[in-house]
Design a protein around this ligand. Structure first.
Ligand code: CO
Length: 168
């Protein structure tokens, strides 16, 4: 596995619609492994193709409940709404409030091309929506009702540091 470079704010690739994945070969498996490693190294919970410079419909997610490889994912059902803080590895230091469905059902292929369905609520639903949006050139800033202020960010950081101290 290898760490790939994460595309950052301002790169036009983040605004493009990705093409479907057609070949399910070793190269695809390597890309997914690299994306997963890159996401973990950056402490993210999801990473989409365009964020590593690939114009293909694929993403990886892990909210702490195990790795998900999603190739050609489609949202097939949603219900409810939730509003919470969201960020993105391509927009470091930026956080905004984004409304998402509280529940989604997604149909996707795995690295071998096998179709499967995954259901998610709350954070998983949010991550699925966020990553699938990336495949259509949509980023969370496009959907944020408002961005967090510097003071709010500092409060969040302080709270996160406190959590870390408790864990230690
Ligand atoms: Co993102």
């Amino acid at each position: 596995m290898a760490i790939r470079n994460i595309v950052k704010d301002g790169d036009p690739i983040l605004k493009k619609v990705c093409r479907p994945v057609e070949k399910f070969d070793d190269r695809l498996a390597t890309i997914l492994d690299d994306m997963y490693e890159t996401m973990n190294e950056a402490n993210g919970v999801g990473l989409a193709g365009p964020q590593v410079g690939l114009m293909r419909r694929l993403c990886v997610i892990d909210i702490g409940e195990g790795r998900l490889d999603l190739v050609n994912p489609e949202i097939i059902e949603t219900s409810g709404t939730q509003e919470d803080v969201e960020g993105c590895l391509s927009f470091p230091g930026e956080w905004g409030m984004v409304e998402r469905p509280n529940y989604v059902k997604v149909r996707a292929q795995d690295k071998t091309g096998e179709w499967y369905e995954i259901e998610g609520e709350e954070l998983l639903a949010r991550a699925l929506c966020h990553e699938i949006d990336h495949l259509d050139g949509v980023v969370f800033l496009d959907k944020a009702s408002r961005m967090l202020t510097v003071e709010e960010l500092q409060e969040m950081q302080a709270a996160a540091e406190e959590d870390e101290e408790i864990e230690e």
